[in-house]
Design a protein around this ligand. Structure first.
Ligand code: IPM
Ligand code: MN
Length: 378
């Protein structure tokens, strides 16, 4: 029986998105060839600021239908295309240029955003404590509601009477499925560590130590309505996972502890906005945004395409200079290959990125040189 081929949309987007996507396409080409992967891809010039300049919108009218022809979407970055020193460049307000990202996440029901933060050997370590080399956490961010529902508005705009409201929405359904998914991932990570003969001890709330942990983040001391909902659902779901340690942190304390003892976090589950903020911090703990992968998935279904995009943005300050690190995009592609079922190739790609990192002598060899190093390592 012929193997079903998978279709990917390569969406470079804006700024360094184009550069890291070109590098990634070259690497994926090599990997497809070597591993005989049943993969096809199309290079789409939308969504992007350039498409908006030419067509008056970020993507075609029927984009949400057209993307459903794919099994996965690989997106570079959206935002200011740069370069910053070109004052005449075509730019848009964030609310327009970033909208497709949020439209994909919500419209394709990609309710979980996973951002692993593991410090690879050779990656920059910004913390002085030697234990910080053991950073290996997975932050799971709510991706469908919360602070990102964009409901609200401005009354008496521009006057001294102006009132701005920004509604937050938290449902039990979305909370329950997210937290359950976090526990499932914690179990998988526990099994993976056992397979690799590694063990970890995490300090937890309900008992001193556990071999795996889920930490739920809230701000329930100031925002009790959703904070208590999260805590209650967490306690209920945790009953089904007796071998996983439980922990709760307020988001401000979590920021402090991410820096103070990041090795003591395993799986972290957070609301949309808290997860957004914590994952920039987690990215730095694992070597910086140039190394931070991310995916938006529906853990229950592959009926609609999942969206894979690095945590970083369009980086207009370095756009067009060949300086952007494609590793985040490559590690993101590895997550995509894993999601599509190409587990061995995903692992090979991760290993190649890791090897390039340890073998590279220079601090920043540039986009092209990193891609070539990864291809040699494959
Ligand atoms: C991210 C980004 C987006 C977010 C922005 C661009 C809307 O910061 O993917 O982390 O806040 O989700
Ligand atoms: Mn962010």
């Amino acid at each position: 029986m012929a193997e079903a081929r998978k279709r990917i949309a390569l969406m470079p987007g804006d700024g360094i998105g184009t550069e890291v996507m070109s590098a990634t396409q070259a690497v994926l080409d090599a990997l497809r060839e070597q591993d005989n992967l049943p993969l096809d891809w199309d290079w789409l010039d939308w969504p992007s600021t350039a498409w908006h300049r030419d067509h008056g919108q970020m993507m075609p009218e029927d984009a949400m239908t057209r993307v459903q022809a794919y099994d996965a979407l690989l997106l570079g970055a959206l935002g200011d295309p740069g370069p910053l020193n070109d004052p005449k460049r075509y730019t848009l307000p964030d609310s327009i240029s970033l909208a497709p990202l949020l439209e994909f996440r919500k419209g394709l029901q990609l309710w979980a955003c996973e951002r692993p933060a593991r410090l690879l050997p050779g990656a920059p370590c910004y913390l002085a404590d030697a234990r910080a080399k053991d950073v290996d956490m997975l932050v799971i961010r709510e991706n469908s509601e919360g602070e990102y529902v964009n409901q609200g508005g401005r009354l008496h705009r521009g006057t001294s009477l102006e009132v701005a409201t920004q509604l937050e929405v938290f449902t039990r359904t979305a909370t329950e499925r997210l937290i359950r998914h976090a526990f499932v991932r914690a179990e998988e990570r526990l099994r993976a560590r056992a397979d690799e003969k590694r063990t970890r001890d995490y300090t937890c709330t309900q008992r001193d130590q556990a071999k795996a942990q889920v930490c739920v983040i809230t701000k329930r001391n100031a925002q009790p309505a959703w904070g208590e909902l999260y805590s209650e659902v967490f306690a209920e779901v945790a009953k089904d996972f007796p071998n996983i340690g439980q922990r709760h942190e307020l988001v401000d304390a979590a920021c402090m502890k991410f820096v103070q003892s990041p090795w003591d976090f395993d799986v972290v589950v957070a609301s949309n906005l808290h997860g957004d903020i914590l994952t920039d911090l987690a990215a730095v703990l694992s070597g910086g945004l140039g190394l931070a992968p991310s995916c938006n998935i529906n853990p229950d279904s592959q009926a609609l395409p999942a969206l894979f995009e690095p945590t970083h943005g369009s980086a207009p300050d370095i756009a067009g200079k060949g300086l952007a690190n494609p590793s985040a995009m490559l590690l993101t592609s590895a997550m995509m290959l894993q999601w599509l079922g190409f587990t061995a190739s995903a692992e090979r790609l991760r290993q190649a990125v890791a090897r390039q990192l340890t073998e590279s002598k220079e601090h920043n060899p540039g986009t092209q040189a990193i891609a070539e190093g990864v291809m040699r390592a494959l």
